[in-house]
Design a binder for this molecule. Structure first.
Ligand SMILES: [Zn+2]
Length: 379
């Protein structure tokens, strides 16, 4: 049967479609939806599959810091897919984070998942990576709570999806977590043990997020300037992918925190096919604010003043531009009405820039043609 319409497809179908290919599928965190049509049009034009996603912090039952509930986000993404004729995309719940793992938090998480499923989400990332037992005597013990909560939530998703296929991402090793020696990286045996334990519980993820040197958002040097660099540990990432492959676990790697990594280095050095999903978030927000600076100077000034007034006291010693960079996302909900009432010319410029930048990402990720591969298995 030919795929009908422009509604999101199962994340699992995308991963199956690109199995064995040296491709990375972009996952775009669309905090302000003016970029969505540009991304989806570029996906269509390059025949790239794509994930459209928001994390729990960005979108929850109260709207998160983007001001969008799962229903609102879903409607906006479906409208953008329809408008651009993009048919191979998944609607992904990024970082469904669990920080404590107690009964109340797990129940609240199930409520969020129910809303995401009702809204038509087709892919889910359970992130219980915070639940780490530092006193554990072995890997299994260290990860016991992560395994327990991930299993419970994955079972919940499966029962609520009621036989419908979905994509499943899990996470081990908190991304960006540091100790005195710097960022703590996931070890191959940790990733293998985690997936093996989940498989024993009848949970079969398609993709795993690991701590491999990246951080979310921008990276700064000692002077507070943005650093553009290849921050991930590539040999470690390859070692983890190889360990997962050698143990026939059928799981690829989701790379988080790609903003700030130069695309030429991604293109030449990222282990495509080991990494199969690449999350890009802050980059798209930057495009929105860059355009607001010129097209909507008054709105931009108001957003800037609101952000600095609120967050300067909380960040003593930091330069204004760093305080703004790190916290302007919190202004999105505050200025929701104004942001979604900007001139058509503003939207057009953002969309065009998002389109061009997406072409560069899709090329760097070698994702062109991936949509065709996915369509083949959907038929
Ligand atoms: Zn992330």
């Amino acid at each position: 049967m030919e795929k009908q319409g422009f509604s999101p497809i199962a994340g699992s179908a995308i991963f199956r479609g690109i199995a064995g290919q040296k491709k990375i599928i972009m996952a775009a965190n669309v905090r302000v939806t003016h970029v969505a049509k540009g991304i989806l049009r570029a996906a269509k034009d390059t025949d790239s599959a794509v994930f459209m996603e928001l994390a729990r912090s960005e979108s929850d039952l109260k709207g998160g810091y983007t001001g969008m509930t799962p229903r609102v986000f879903s409607e906006k993404m479906s409208a953008a897919a329809q408008a651009t004729g993009c048919d191979v995309w998944a609607l992904h719940a990024d970082h469904i984070s669990i920080k404590k793992g107690d009964a109340a938090e797990v129940q609240g998480t199930k409520d969020l998942i129910d809303a995401q499923i009702t809204a038509g989400y087709t892919s889910f990332a359970i992130d219980a990576s915070h639940l780490f037992n530092f006193e554990g005597k072995n890997v299994r013990e260290e990860l016991a709570d992560n395994i327990r909560v991930t299993t419970e939530l994955a079972n919940h998703i499966r029962s609520r999806m009621n036989g419908k296929e979905f994509g499943l991402e899990v996470e081990v090793g908190e991304i960006g977590r540091k100790d005195t020696g710097g960022l703590i990286l996931t070890k191959p045996e940790e990733a293998v043990e985690f997936i093996r334990a989940l498989n024993e519980n009848n949970v079969f993820p398609h993709v795993i997020a690991i701590a491999n040197g990246s951080s979310h958002g921008h990276t700064y040097d000692a002077n507070g300037n943005v650093v553009e660099q290849l921050s991930i540990d590539i040999p470690q990432t390859q070692a983890i992918a190889k360990a997962l492959r050698d143990n026939k676990l059928g799981v690829g790697i989701a790379q988080h925190g790609i903003t700030g990594t130069p695309r030429d280095l991604i293109n030449l050095h990222f282990p495509k096919g080991d990494i199969i999903k690449g999350n890009v978030g802050t980059f798209w927000q930057d495009i929105v604010f860059e355009n607001f600076k010129v097209f909507e100077p008054e709105l931009y000034r108001n957003i800037r003043e609101w952000t600095l007034e609120k967050y300067r006291p909380l960040n003593p010693g930091k330069k204004d531009h760093q305080v703004f960079d790190g916290n302007c996302k919190m202004a999105i909900k505050e200025f929701y009405k104004e942001i979604y009432a900007v001139d058509e010319a503003t939207e057009k410029a953002i969309e065009a820039m998002a389109y061009a930048e997406s072409l560069v990402f899709f090329r760097a990720f070698s994702s062109h043609g991936s949509a065709g591969l996915v369509r083949k298995i959907l038929h």
